[in-house]
Each structure stands twice: as structure tokens, then as C-alpha cells.
Design a protein around this ligand. Structure first.
Ligand code: ZN
Length: 133
């Protein structure tokens, strides 16, 4: 049974509709916008933490919903990019074994390092967006 049932919400980044932040059976947050037919799932811990920060900032009035609406598209784009980069990195890591020192694994390791860099940049951007209010 749930302890609390405070409604948490953010605006749809397409139509501006107020969306309730719901929790899936696995307690991962997701958003559904009926008019847009859009569903947004936040599955990774980083994204979940950022969403929590965002909701807290909005409900405490530190971030206006208008600002959020303006930034929402950028934020969700960043979250999506981050997810893609992280899964790409995981794919690459699976390709190269821990004790694989072949020349081909060298190239993959360089690619992984590049992805790591991109990911850390995106994470900083996201943190900036969330705390910038
Ligand atoms: Zn919408």
C-alpha cells in the first residue's frame, strides 16, 4: 500500500498539458499525455533522480512551470540522448572483453572513452538545467 498520494506533475513538453507523474509496477516514473498520445518512461537512476529534482523544484516554486515548459523539450531531449549514449556504451563494452588487447578492441575502447566524455557532458548539461532556477 502507498504511504502518500500527493499528486506530482510536470507539463507536457509538446502541448503544455499538466501531466501527472505516475509510477509503474516497478516503481519507475512515467508520464502519459492523452491529447498527444505521448508516453515518457524514465528507466535509469540518473533520469529518475533528475525527474525527482525537477518535480521538487517546481513544487517548491523554485522553478516556474512556465520555465519548465520552455526547458522541458531540452531536458527530455537530453535525457533521451543520454539514454541512447549509455546503451551504446553498454553495447560496445559487451563487444570488447576485459582481457581483450587485440588491435580491434583498441578502437572500441577509444569509442567507449569518447562516449564516456559525451555522457559526462550531457549529465552536466542536465544538472545545469535542473538547478538553474
Ligand atoms: Zn501533450
Amino acid at each position: 500500500m502507498r504511504k502518500h498520494k500527493i499528486k506530482r506533475w510536470i507539463h507536457c513538453f509538446l502541448c503544455g498539458n499538466q501531466l501527472e507523474v505516475r509510477n509503474s509496477k516497478r516503481e519507475k516514473p512515467y508520464l502519459v499525455c492523452d491529447p498527444c498520445g505521448m508516453q515518457v518512461f524514465v528507466r535509469r537512476e540518473e533520469g529518475i533522480n533528475l525527474l525527482e529534482d525537477l518535480i521538487r523544484n517546481i513544487s517548491s516554486g523554485r522553478m516556474s512551470s512556465i520555465n519548465h515548459f520552455k526547458d522541458g523539450l531540452g531536458l527530455l531531449n537530453l535525457v533521451n540522448c543520454l539514454e541512447q549514449l549509455q546503451s551504446k556504451r553498454e553495447d560496445l563494452k559487451l563487444k570488447v572483453g576485459v582481457f581483450d588487447f587485440s588491435p580491434s578492441s583498441k578502437g572500441i575502447n577509444v569509442a567507449i572513452a569518447a562516449l564516456d566524455y559525451e555522457i559526462s557532458c550531457l549529465e552536466n548539461d542536465l544538472k545545469g538545467l535542473v538547478s538553474n532556477s
